[in-house]
Design a protein around this ligand. Structure first.
Ligand code: RP5
Length: 207
């Protein structure tokens, strides 16, 4: 295995189910990464050592995920000029809003590229790290392009399945019309005529 170019940090092992989304994307693009637990509050020395040595060790991007008062990404960013991607994790009673604000609200001068809360954010962190690596690696650029095309096909497949099972006629007709197919005429509406002297309307007669 070659040297890792992306470092994934997380505040606790309880963050792993979320942060695995980031590593899965890096695997998909064939990017080598390392993963470890380091907490800005519980193991601050480790965070400093990791961030200060990352560049020398060949790391190009750091992804940092944490929940609650999530200072991890910001502290890492303060110790390195490598790009830092922050993932707010929804592990607290505030469902990640606390982590989002703690990660995104960096003072001017020390940026953290903050993703959305939770699994989607971790997934995007993996893709975004690949995009940063791709700026100087055409192989990764091409893999990202293939990924986009595959995603487009997947959505189209889902759309076709949805149309097939759709029970709403107007949707089918609109789609058929857009595809150039003849649109079925709407059946004439039944009209009801009141029988003379009756309060109940008679069926099937036109006015
Ligand atoms: C944060 O506290 C971690 O990132 C984690 O999301 C949260 C809870 O950690 P545990 O109590 O589960 O270890 O620092």
């Amino acid at each position: 295995m070659s040297k890792p170019v992306v470092g994934i940090l997380m505040g606790s092992d309880s963050d792993l189910p979320v942060m695995q989304e980031a590593s899965a994307m890096l695997q998909e693009f064939g990017i080598d990464y390392e993963m470890t637990i380091a907490s800005a509050h519980r193991t601050p020395k480790k965070v400093l050592e990791y961030s200060q040595s990352a560049e020398k060790r060949g790391i190009k991007v750091i992804i940092a995920g944490a929940g609650w008062a999530a200072h991890l990404a910001g502290v890492v960013a303060s110790q390195t000029t490598l790009p830092v991607i922050g993932v707010p994790i929804d592990s607290s009673p505030l469902k990640g809003i606390d982590a989002l604000l703690a990660t995104v609200q960096m003072p001017g001068g020390i940026p953290v590229a903050t993703m959305s809360i939770g699994k989607a954010g971790a997934k995007n962190a993996g893709i975004f790290a690949a995009q940063i690596i791709a700026a100087s690696d055409v192989k990764i650029t091409n893999r990202l392009k293939v990924y986009r095309v595959e995603m487009e096909h997947e959505v189209e497949e889902k759309s076709k399945r949805l149309v097939a099972i759709s029970a709403v006629p107007v949707v089918k007709e609109t789609i058929a019309a857009e595809a150039g197919a003849p649109v079925k005429k709407k059946p004439r509406r039944r009209r009801w005529k009141k029988k003379p002297g009756s309060t109940t309307p008679a069926q099937g007669q036109t006015a």
